[in-house]
Design a protein around this ligand. Structure first.
Ligand SMILES: [Zn+2]
Ligand SMILES: [Zn+2]
Length: 238
């Protein structure tokens, strides 16, 4: 079980099924240390309105011993790398993930411009985590983007919901291996998240155990194992 899980969607994402209260209860039951509520940004069809992301300051910070962070999985929406949150909202959030997603206003501009959009986002916004680098809604230069994340102090995510997925006959494990290799090269840690849409997924690391040897993982590169370092990173990059 993950003790820390910073990528959790609630009903406010439109295609996820736990309420915030059910999620807090489940995390407490699993004796987790810290979770983050990170619904899809407002640009995605069916997701929470912008006002949802401003409510975190009023949410409880802890529930039955589980620390609660308020965040967003923001959408990159154009070639400048802009995301679908205002500066004011960004300041209020504890954790910001970013990626390109379908069902948003982002228009595919081809590999080169898509790559630039992501890199511009890393340069211009205080992004903490680049979510599921291996799940590419639009084509981009995967290695270049991962390198840029490391150079711009953005954590690369190992997303447990995508582990072992097969797309067009190809497994994404090679890309996941590359994420680990590039992070190690830059002496950066990676973050492991569930990308929860259903309650049973919270903190569930069964897939991690399944692929641990094949991916040649080691505890020392996983920032979930270093809560103080993780908190300092989240707080300093705002
Ligand atoms: Zn996503
Ligand atoms: Zn997600």
């Amino acid at each position: 079980m993950l003790k820390i899980d910073l990528h959790i969607h609630t009903v406010h994402s439109g295609h996820a099924y736990g309420s915030i209260y059910e999620i807090m209860e489940e995390a407490a039951r699993k004796k987790m240390d810290m979770i983050a509520i990170t619904d899809h940004g407002p640009n995605m069809t069916g997701s929470a309105p912008a006002s949802h992301f401003n409510m975190g300051s009023r949410a409880q910070k802890e529930y039955k011993g589980v620390k609660l962070l308020w965040g967003c999985e923001a959408n990159i929406i154009n070639e400048n790398g802009d995301i679908d949150l205002t500066e004011n909202t960004i300041k209020k959030l504890d954790v910001i993930l970013a990626q390109m997603h379908l069902s948003t206003s982002y228009k595919d501009m081809g590999r080169e411009k898509n790559t630039n959009a992501i890199i511009n986002c890393f340069k211009n916004y205080p992004i903490h985590i680049f979510s599921h680098p291996d799940v590419m809604a639009f084509d981009y230069d995967f290695e270049k983007v991962c390198e840029s994340a490391c150079e711009n102090n953005v954590l690369l995510e190992l997303n447990l919901s995508s582990f072992g997925k097969i797309k067009e006959g190809k497994s994404n494990l090679e890309r996941i291996k590359k994420i680990i290799e590039i992070s190690r090269k830059h002496e950066k840690k990676i973050i492991i998240d569930s990308d929860t849409h259903f309650l049973h997924e919270i903190g569930n690391d069964d897939r991690l155990k399944e692929y641990w040897d094949e991916l040649d993982l080691s505890d020392d590169i996983i920032i979930n194992n270093y809560p103080d370092e993780l908190m300092e990173f989240l707080e300093n990059k705002k």
